[in-house]
Structure formats: structure tokens, C-alpha cells
Design a protein around this ligand. Structure first.
Ligand SMILES: *Cc1c(COP(=O)(O)O)cnc(C)c1O
Length: 394
């Protein structure tokens, strides 16, 4: 063999005796076939076989299988972001003339997608109050093909009566899909409560280190997987193996990270509930949170994200309050090892009920020493001008 060829063709080496705990990162656009017939029949390999890098490698399939197993589902597809996962669900199950119901507290780009993308293409949407289960029954009509849930809801944390809404939707012939990013499959398994499709932004807790963007959808019915894979094929959507490898690494520590952040965040929420006026702290473990009873009924615990409604008289101090934080960084996204705080305004996104006006602080508790984080929060509370109480958090 000439050197030019030796540069291109890798020498074969033995794998005998090599066993690693890590999942190899297989990079591939081309998949090669052993002979012409094998190549000609590649279309018969189905969704579990390999035909082209875009449609899967052993690395991405390992992550799919792990998510399927955690959700007790049948199959999972991976998408380049959480928002893309939501869009692909809707593009796969909705046709012109169909309608989707979305909760008022859903991740704001969901409403944007329905309003600015689906609606002009003949797919209608209706926004429902996530706390009014009976309203869902009235809103579902013959055109309604999908009922979307997000529980707890983005920023305001209302918990939905999941199984009741799923039952109503199914009785009326609609599919049930949900965004389970806050809970992850460890704290809530929507497929066991009536969902047909469960979406996760792996960007958050499963990636876990603020350096990865990915989404997933897990289903009970393989037909839904086929529909989504067809949409992805038409749009040319797939994910890279390096991202999948990061998610595979992140998921190994998910249980420990979530347990720790969830415990510390709940402790902080209870302490802050003593400092702020009643009802200001939005955390599903607090009895003041709408849907608290459903949280207690359905969830194995809380993750590390919750919110505080800044009382109107302290709003002018929000900038000052968030200045000089040592451990909390200011930023969107959440679920990583670093604690975050994000000042949010939800009023502009909400159409139902009494929307919280003003500023809401969304906190994501990471893995720093809890006492350091609490000293940061105490400083913030002081700069906001709230009366000091001697709440102790260990
Ligand atoms: C972040 C987030 C998404 C979107 O995930 P990306 O990967 O950032 O697109 C969807 N839903 C919820 C609840 C989120 O927090």
C-alpha cells in the first residue's frame, strides 16, 4: 500500500481485552455496507438499523434507549434543542384544520410557535388555564388533535391535574403531549399518567452542565415515533454524537444532582416564604402553590428551580438586589451545576386568570455550598429592602 492510501485507511487493531465503562463517541455521516445487495436493501433496516449518520449512531441510540427506559416508554427520538422537540411533535401530529390546546403557562416559545408558525399554516391553537381542568373539556372540539401540558408551568409553577386532563383528552379523541423538563423522568413519568408523548429539554438537568443543547421525545406508541422520524427526515434534523456523549455523561449523575439541588432549593423556598409576603414564593412543595395537591399526589420530589414574585413596592430595587451576587449568576436556562437567577416578566405572555404582574425572580439552585448560596440570597433580600428575619438555612 502506498503512503497516500496509508494516510487514509486506518490500520486494524485488536479490541480484545478492551472493556470500558464509557459509551464510545461514534462519528459518522456515511455508513458503509458489506456488499451491493446490503446497500440496496438499506431501506429495509428500519428505524432500529443504521443507514445514514443523520438517522443515528450507536452513541445516539444508547441515549435514546436510556431515556426510553427511564420513562418506561417504547421509543425515543433526539432533537437539537428542547424547542425543536416541541416543534417536531406538533408538526408530526397536527395537519391543517387541526387544533392544539396549550396551557397559559407553557414555555413562551411554544405559544410563539403556535401563533407565528402553525396558525398561518392553517393549524389553530387555543390557550387554556392550566389550573381549570373542567375548562379543558369545553375547549376540546372535533378538530382538537393534541392537548399539551407543562407541569409545573414555566416560571409560575402551577401543577396540573395530569391524569384528569389526559383522561378528558383521550375521551374526546385527542393525543396528550407534555413538557417534563422541570421534573425529568426521575421525579415524574408522564407516560404512566396518560401522556402519549413526553418531551424533555436535555439542555437542562440531563445535560446538567450548561454546555449542551438537546431535546428528546419519548412515546408509548411506535406509530408516533415513525411520524416524528418522518418529519425529521423531511426537515433533515438529527443530532451529533458529541452532544449525545455529553448527555450520556450528564445523565450518570442526574439522580445525585437532582436530589441535592431539590433538597436545598426546597429549604431555601421555605425560608424565603417566611421573609416575603404570603404567596410570593412559587414552589410546588408549598401549600400556597396552585396544584400543590397534584404535586404531592404525582411527583417523587422537587427539582431545584423555583420562583419569587417581587412585591410591587420592592420592584425598583431589583437591579440593586441582583448586583454583587457572588455565587448566583444572572442568566436564562437552568439545571446546571452553577446556581442561576433570572429576572422574568410573565405578564406579556399570559392571557388567562390573574397573571402575576411585575418581576419574578427564577432561581436555579446548583451544586455550590448551600451556606454560600444562602449568604448570597440574604444579601439580595437585604438590597431589595425586605425586612430581615432570622431564618437559618444549613
Ligand atoms: C429550556 C426549556 C425548553 C427549551 O429547551 P432548549 O433546549 O433551550 O430549546 C423547553 N421547555 C422548558 C420548560 C424549558 O425550560
Amino acid at each position: 500500500m502506498e503512503d497516500m492510501s496509508r494516510c487514509v485507511i486506518k490500520p486494524r487493531i485488536s479490541h480484545k481485552g478492551f472493556m470500558s465503562l464509557a459509551v464510545p463517541t461514534y462519528r459518522a455521516s456515511t455508513i458503509v455496507f458489506s456488499d451491493v445487495e446490503d446497500y440496496a436493501k438499506r431501506g429495509e433496516r428500519g428505524l432500529d438499523g443504521y443507514s445514514y449518520g443523520l438517522h443515528g449512531t450507536p452513541t445516539t441510540k444508547t441515549l435514546e434507549a436510556q431515556l426510553t427506559s427511564l420513562h418506561r416508554g417504547e421509543a425515543t427520538v433526539l432533537l437539537p434543542s428542547g424547542q425543536c422537540a416541541i416543534a417536531v411533535i406538533m408538526l408530526s401530529v397536527l395537519m391543517p384544520g387541526d387544533k392544539v390546546l396549550i396551557p397559559d403557562n407553557s414555555y413562551p416559545p411554544v405559544t410563539g410557535f403556535c401563533k407565528n408558525y402553525l396558525k398561518p399554516r392553517g393549524i389553530d391553537y387555543v390557550i387554556y388555564d392550566p389550573t381549570k381542568t373542567e375548562e379543558v373539556e369545553d375547549l376540546i372540539d372535533a378538530a382538537t388533535r393534541l392537548v399539551w401540558l407543562e407541569s409545573p408551568g414555566s416560571t409560575t409553577m402551577e401543577v396540573q391535574d395530569f391524569s384528569a386532563i389526559a383522561r378528558i383528552a383521550h375521551e374526546k379523541g385527542a393525543l396528550v403531549g407534555c413538557d417534563n423538563t422541570w421534573a425529568t423522568p426521575l421525579l415524574f413519568k408522564p407516560l404512566e399518567h396518560g401522556a402519549d408523548l413526553v418531551m424533555e429539554a436535555l439542555t437542562k438537568y440531563i445535560g446538567g452542565h450548561s454546555d449542551l443543547l438537546m431535546g428528546s421525545v419519548t412515546v408509548r406508541d411506535l406509530k408516533l415515533r415513525v411520524d416524528m422520524r418522518n418529519t425529521m427526515r423531511m426537515l433533515g434534523i438529527g443530532i451529533g454524537p458529541d452532544e449525545a456523549a455529553l448527555a450520556l455523561r450528564g445523565i450518570e449523575t442526574l439522580a445525585v444532582r437532582l436530589k441535592h439541588s431539590g433538597r436545598v432549593a426546597e429549604e431555601f423556598a421555605r425560608a424565603l416564604d417566611e421573609i416575603f409576603p404570603p404567596g410570593s414564593v412559587l414552589h410546588p412543595a408549598l401549600s400556597s402553590c396552585p396544584g400543590h395537591q397534584f404535586f404531592m399526589r404525582d411527583f417523587a420530589g422537587a427539582s431545584g428551580v423555583f420562583s419569587i414574585v417581587v412585591p410591587a413596592q420592592y420592584e425598583k430595587y431589583v437591579d440593586l438586589g441582583l448586583t454583587g451576587l457572588k455565587f448566583f449568576s444572572i442568566g436564562a436556562s437552568w439545571g446546571g451545576t452553577h446556581s442561576l437567577v433570572a429576572p422574568m416578566s410573565v405578564a406579556g405572555n399570559r392571557v388567562k386568570g390573574e397573571a402575576h404582574g411585575g418581576t419574578i425572580l427564577r432561581l436555579s439552585v446548583g451544586l455550590e455550598e448551600p451556606a454560600d448560596l444562602w449568604s448570597d440570597i440574604e444579601g439580595m433580600v437585604e438590597r431589595l429592602g425586605l425586612p430581615r428575619r432570622s431564618s437559618k438555612v444549613a
